[in-house]
Design a protein around this ligand. Sequence first.
Ligand SMILES: [Ca+2]
Ligand SMILES: [Ca+2]
Ligand SMILES: [Ca+2]
Ligand SMILES: [Ca+2]
Length: 247
Amino acid sequence: MVRRRSSGRRCAFEFLEIRQMLAGDVTAQIRNGNLIIKGDSSDNVIAVTQSGTTITVTGTGTTVNSATTPAVLTGFTGSIKLKMKGGNDGVTLTGLTATELEAELGKGNDTLDIENCTVNGETELEGEKGDDTIKIDTNTDTETSVSSRFNDELDIDLGKGNDTLQMINATVTDETDIDTRRGTDAVTITGSTMTKLDTDLGKDDDTLSISTTTVSVKTELDGGKGTNTFTNGTGNSFTGLTQKNFA
Ligand SMILES: [Ca+2]
Ligand SMILES: [Ca+2]
Ligand SMILES: [Ca+2]
Ligand SMILES: [Ca+2]
């Protein structure tokens, strides 16, 4: 009886080690045309691409739907929902066209990279706890210009922790709302076109840097508490600019 128990424990340990080595499992499925991706408490690293209505989810050291091979899912026509849960997760979305995008990165130091995507409805990105990084169109490709379009609201909430947002060449047709909350946060916007920009850097000492960006309706920049720095770079056109809480 005692023997059995100890061997069972060893088995459980070995299983745990393998799971940690593979950095968890992500489930990906298309339901009613919508893509739903859920991580687990491990460090999940995945890349999502689209060809026509087919979505491919490739894990790096992470299984997808319990397999080590990429998941190929057909019939995608709708929204994307990502829920990565705990762990330091890394998600790259490349060349996707969706009706809506909602990402919850969960606890841990996460990275979300959005490259050359089009979202025709609301986009909501939440870093939650941990030191998170959100990148939009930061990859440099000399052959094709990389540029994401958000044809509705873009709502980014980086949550607690020292967070980074980098946005290059993005177009947002409705309001862009950026909240970085607690922690030493850094926001960089370059070459983007927006209608309304509302940025609140929250508690602690934060930095905001904007260049070659046009905001055509209203620009509200707030450093929040702490000693904050705003670098108003070259080539900006800000309509209705108000700025407060910057040194
Ligand atoms: Ca995770
Ligand atoms: Ca996080
Ligand atoms: Ca923060
Ligand atoms: Ca601040």
